[in-house]
Design a protein around this ligand. Sequence first.
Ligand code: NPQ
Ligand code: MG
Length: 369
Amino acid sequence: MRIERIELHTIGMPLVRPFETSFGRQTERQVLLAHVVADGVDGWGECVAGTTPDYSSEYVDGCRIVIERFLAPVLLAANDVTAAALDGLFAGVIGHRMAKATLEAAVLDAELRSTGTSFGERLGAVRDRVECGVSVGISPDIETLLAEVEGYVDEGYRRIKLKIKPGWDLEPVARVREVIGSLPLQVDANTAYTLDHVDHLRRLDEFGLLLIEQPFVEEDIAAHVLLADSIETPVCLDESITSTGIAIDAIERGATSIVNIKPGRVGGYLEAVSIHDACRSLDVPVWCGGMLETGIGRAMNVALAALPGFALPGDTSASGRYFAEDITEPFVLDDGYLSVPTGAGSGVEVRHDLLRHWALTEPVVLSRP
Ligand code: NPQ
Ligand code: MG
């Protein structure tokens, strides 16, 4: 494909309720969207980076600049762009995986729309719907948490994930376990603990959790090995897993026995499929993480989560978990599942009225030199 134009939109979407993790609290989701026009076909990609560099070093304004200055010019100068070739085209830029993933998604979307192929077909989906979990933020108090969890259980979610941090762990987990009975439950620390907490974290074993996600800082694979050796609850890495090579290394060293795959964190959907394939050959189950995606990223994540190795429910929640209104048609839970879109590309359409209504900046428009 020949990329004629790339537009970058930065929007602010109101959240239905504040979302708090061990690294911060947010009431609005700022999102960077890339719109490519190639051979007359539109493609859309969503950037998972947040407003501030707290989940990862990447953040919205930084991604916009990296795309504008370094990544988009490469695409606009190339005569034949395919999603599969982006790895090579972007090789001159180190890291910045979320920025790269944004353009990869947009190019993939355009490519697939031009051939009438869906994301699910292209990535290798083997199911037409996926089982959904929900990520529950840190609450002001236990009663508020229990009410929120009960609401999600009533909506049909098939797995609950609680955000934890020191001072907000054993008690909320115990109380939620009481309320939800045997419904699958897991926890996510977003790097909030240190090795000093190993004995404390072992006390989570009595709650029959599916897994504990990313207790320690992302660079410290060895700390996760130590914990995995002394706890029964499976350890699952999120932030640490940024490539197939790192995933294989972490698995072989015994740091992670389940892997959270987020396409944005690993540089795109093609790398996400590669991690899925590697985990599958090592018999390691994977699940699809979530980054408060709009309908664009959600559609693509649901397609990814339909691959055979995605053995656990993902953070692929309904649009309504985060947004009263979505930038595309909303994803609605049906008996705890979301349907894999079947239309060409992502299968969803962007609502241009909302794109304008939620705009935080003028769109950046980049054209061929
Ligand atoms: C996680 N997601 O699994 C992340 C954390 C997270 C659904 O729990 C902006 C950017 C907002 C990054 C919110 C869920 C975010 C974000 C949460 C990451 O660790
Ligand atoms: Mg996580």
